[in-house]
Write a protein that binds this ligand. Sequence first.
Ligand SMILES: Nc1ncnc2c1ncn2[C@@H]1O[C@H](COP(=O)(O)OP(=O)(O)OP(=O)(O)O)[C@@H](O)[C@H]1O
Length: 619
Amino acid sequence: MAKTPVPDFPGRITNGQEKSELSWKDRFAALRNLPGFFKMIWQASPALFLSNAAVRLVRASLPALTLYIGKLIIDEVIRLANQPGADTRELWTLVAAEFGLAILATALGRLTSLIDGLLGDLVTNKTSIRLMEHAATLDLEQFEDATFYDKLERARRQTTGRSFLLSGVFGQVQELISIGFLAAGLAVYNPWLLVLLLLAVIPAFIGDNYFNQKSYSLSRSWTPERRELDYLRFVGASDETAKEVKIFGLSNFLIDRFRHLSWEYYLKNRSLAIHRAGWGTILTIIGTAGYYGAYLWIVARAVNGTISIGDLTFLAGSFRQLRSSMEGILLQFSGLTQEAVYLQDLFDFFEIKPLIHSTPQPLPFPKEIQQGFTFEDVGFKYTNSERWALRNLSFTLKPGEKLALVGENGAGKTTLVKLLARLYDPAEGRILLDGRDLRDYDLLDLRRNVSVIFQDYVRFKMSAGVNIAVGDIDERTNQPRIESSAQRSLADTVIAKLPGGYEQQLGRSFGKGVELSGGEWQKVALGRAYMRDAQVLILDEPTAALDARAEYEVFQRFSRLTEGKAAVIISHRFSTVRMADRILVLEGGQLLEIGSHSELLEKNGRYAELFQLQARGYQ
Ligand SMILES: Nc1ncnc2c1ncn2[C@@H]1O[C@H](COP(=O)(O)OP(=O)(O)OP(=O)(O)O)[C@@H](O)[C@H]1O
């Protein structure tokens, strides 16, 4: 597929490689996605898939059959009109047969819509689940890449509206078979009629394809803007942002931006739609002229008696039906290839491979850490960033040690923690755990044993209990464990005040949700750290919103409750930091100082300076 962006290494999509113009070759090539699509439908429900195929096959034979019976009826009527008193049984049998076919056609039409709808829903659900499952395997770094995000967005759009493609593809096959029957009937009289018919529909087909291609290019090249439009709509009308939007009076700013962008998109779309409508009319008129040319020929033959009146109705009917079927199939074909191209986005997304994964024979995480984590000259740069977020970093986090990370905003503290949890791999140097590269360990096992509560932890719009249980979601029904975690993180007093206790829905998005204060949320989120029996606990400033007394108490408890376990604490409060065994001071991604509180004070370097600065503030 020419349109597929070329990954410069597996899993990463390079900016600027996306192609938004599609050639005919691309469109035909996209059809190769259809077997994959059929597989998806088949997997959603083999029984419905087969029923759909069977029903459509029967439906495909009905138009030709109905027309033929119509012809027989007319010929019979004319025969009877010329022979008064003759036996009319055959006529009534034919009429009854046509009536039966009409009923069958209606019933099968409804049945097809029903099956299409049900299958479409199943495929949508299944694809959404697969999308979520696949997204879960991908790296954090991939999510932070804008190109990847666009791809994810396009793939997400593919999970809805699948039923159009589904009924489209099945419909195409049905039409094709139906055309086969009708064409056979027509060819008996004159094969040239078929050629004329084909010539009549081709102009409209080419035109429609051309405009479909343009519309795909437009929608594709506007993916980032469409994402921004969605974002603006969300920011402009959401409970999460309402507070700041009001306080800062942002609504006009947001609306103006939305209006400007959406108007630009509308103008582009409008111009395309007008061109499409204009050309569509002209090309369809050409088709209609061709159709009437053939019709004239048939009528002339009936007038001079070469064919019967029944033949005339049959031929005219077949011709009309064939024309609309062919037009349908050709026009739908263009829509179909477009859908198949979109489908490529979905399949492309499924093809993206994570870069961070376990080796084929990974080591289990040690039952008890012996030597600790050693950073050896570690360096890391974020994707699309020229700056080193960390560089030349060497130190050891010893087993059972409480290490505090200190540094100004952007010094690299969170990055260090993410490397420890293998959310990223170092670009330079390596991280060892008990003398072995961190990459040699089983990734899931590592993640189970390194528990991190980030400063931007997620406030799940779920129950208070679940908000704690996410620390070890497999234990979500273990109420005693949830409650003891809540106790340890001081969340128990918060939850005791909630009307629904642990079952209380948090956040205001759904039903009777209750909103918590920033500090209350943090206490709940901190409970997650205690849910899991991890060997290394990391708290990345999740206490910033706690009052001084609560933070002091949280860390006192944290040190006591995590005795024997390694812990990393990031905090800007020196009253907390000084409780750590050692303090690592980062500046501009580099290690500046490391030592205990008293050692660093004695050294009288940056730590001492920052400590005294804060201490003076309290005097
Ligand atoms: N996802 C990201 N993509 C690109 N750059 C990033 C990303 N996250 C952080 N950075 C950059 O990396 C550097 C280190 O960031 P990091 O979050 O580790 O700092 P920090 O010490 O934790 O800061 P703070 O005290 O503000 O939390 C910063 O310059 C930041 O701009």
